[in-house]
Design a protein around this ligand. Structure first.
Ligand code: CA
Length: 513
């Protein structure tokens, strides 16, 4: 009897242990994470962010089924530095990658290696452009440098460079899906799909050439900005009118012998490209004989048409990834993020490119679908930063966030019913690259919900203050106006706190001199 009781008790204990263990495994079942990271894709070009003239149905779908962050800010608005911030969760002055076209210090800790150590498979496909491959990637298949739009080269783990026929956004998506297909299904995965689109010179997929030719895009209200009261803005070299080139940027009478993308095409591709840009667009340009403002406005139209046509393939390929996850039963356990490495000017202030702490380049698109955690249709207004992505991903993967990471996990903001948490009320920005390529003077500053205070240095030494509620276009520098003295003093105190908190010694010295 005692023996039977012992056996039964033992069986019960075993069953209990088994049940508890399975439950623990289920709760510990960590989500896959697909992070789609584009290049220079302006939030103004996305319908979920309010553009009424173009549709980005797949980015919109992520937002509709998950969360849209209205106020995501990049802490140094250019390509390589933004990627370095993503990888490290730290400001440029800490991760060392302040300027484009340098070599990323790959001895430093990056979050994919922490995911890897925690049992994730990790991969990066497409644009990386850091001059080195960071640690912690089980697989990478990347574009050397900036890469090409047509018939691009790729270099992957353990192989030499190879040229792939086709359009870069399609190929990056193909390789990404191929990698998901062949992964070890016993482990969760983290994959970055690093898209080249919509970087200059905005070369669309051949099937999308002319996609927006029937739309006459209105110029932004700040298109004719005269930069009054803003010294650094007066000295920049990034206007559509003067800086943007007809041949390289807008493909008017392309130098076909030298054009780096055209020379890679096969005869069929060349014919389609030539028919559109030479026989249609260049011909139209010749016939119109435009000068002055009419020419600037024509350039603006062509810029938007090429840029948005390039973005069309980007959105379509995001749709391919979402469809793939649906068809393979992975949508429920895979987080999908879409973000751009920084914002971009779509003619605001008369500009293209990025860099300035003004809204269009400071702010970036960021949407995230996280089934079971994020309520569909969530809109988040609190400030998110590019350095928050690393800790957020570590947090959702249940990996301890290292104390040295400067960003914060956004998970508390994402979790339903957790809206009233204490959160940052301001953010700190520091840009460095000068003078080339666009002659934007280095600067740092603070943005709050209502104000932005910027300190330019390195030759255009000056302060700027904007009331973002009254002057969202940032045309009116109200620094130096007596009635704003208290506001300036308070903002400078907070700016100093941020500089100390983030350990930006260079900015601290500039502030105190
Ligand atoms: Ca970029």
């Amino acid at each position: 009897m005692n023996r039977l009781l012992f056996v039964l008790t033992g069986t019960c204990l075993l069953l209990t242990f088994y049940t508890v263990n399975v439950a623990a495994q289920n709760t510990a079942r960590r989500p896959n994470i697909v992070f789609i990271f584009s290049d220079d894709h302006a939030y103004q070009a996305i319908s979920a962010y309010g553009n009424k003239l173009v549709q980005t149905p797949n980015i919109d779908r992520i937002a509709r089924e998950g969360a849209l962050f209205k106020n995501t800010f990049i802490t140094n608005s250019i390509c390589g530095p933004s990627r370095a911030c993503l990888l490290t969760g730290k400001y440029s002055h800490i991760n060392g990658y302040k300027l484009n076209e340098r070599k990323f210090d790959d001895s430093q800790q990056v979050f994919p290696e922490l995911l890897q150590q925690a049992g994730y498979q990790t991969a990066w496909v497409g644009k990386l452009h850091l001059g080195s491959v960071p640690k912690g990637l089980d697989y990478w298949n990347i574009l050397p440098g900036q890469g090409h739009y047509y018939n691009p080269d790729f270099i992957k783990t353990g192989y030499d460079t190879s040229r792939i026929t086709g359009y870069v956004t399609d190929i990056i998506t193909d390789f990404s899906i191929d990698w998901i297909n062949q992964r070890d299904t016993s482990k969760p995965f983290f994959l970055v799909i690093g898209q080249k689109a919509t970087h200059r010179e905005w070369l669309p997929a051949l099937e999308d050439l002319g996609a927006y030719d029937d739309i006459d895009f209105p110029v932004p209200s700040t298109f004719y900005d005269d930069y009054k009261g803003r010294l650094a803005a007066q000295k920049q070299d990034m206007t559509i009118d003067k800086t943007m080139t007809l041949a390289m940027d807008l493909k008017v009478h392309v130098n076909y012998e030298k054009a780096r993308d055209y020379s890679r095409m096969n005869p069929e591709q060349k014919k389609i490209f030539y028919d559109y840009y030479e026989n249609k667009i260049s011909k139209e340009f010749d016939e119109k004989k435009l000068t002055g403002d009419a020419l600037a406005r024509w350039k603006y139209q062509r810029y938007l048409k090429d840029y948005l046509s390039t973005a069309k393939s980007l959105d379509r390929n995001i749709g391919r990834v979402l469809d793939y996850l649906d068809k393979n039963g992975m949508a429920e356990n895979t987080i999908v993020v879409y973000a751009s490495d920084q914002g971009f000017y779509m003619g605001e202030h008369g500009w293209f490119d990025k860099r300035f702490m003004y809204e269009e380049s400071l702010r970036t698109a960021f949407v995230m679908r996280y089934p079971g955690v994020v309520k569909p249709g969530t809109v988040i207004s609190q400030f998110a930063l590019g350095i928050d992505w690393a800790p957020t991903i570590l947090d959702v993967a249940k990996v301890k966030i290292p104390g040295a990471i400067q960003g914060k996990s956004l998970l508390p903001l994402l979790e339903a019913g957790n809206k009233n948490i204490t959160w940052r009320k301001n953010m700190y920005y520091h840009y460095y690259e000068f003078p080339e390529p666009h002659h934007v003077y280095p600067h740092f500053g603070i943005r709050t919900e209502k104000y932005k205070l910027i300190r330019f240095y390195g030759g255009a030494d000056s302060w700027e203050l904007f009331d973002l509620a009254k002057d969202p276009g940032e045309l009116n520098n109200i620094y130096g106006d007596e009635k704003n003295e208290k506001i300036v003093a308070a903002l400078k105190t907070d700016l100093r706190k941020l500089i100390v908190e983030y350990k930006d010694e260079e900015a601290l010295q500039l502030l105190e001199n």
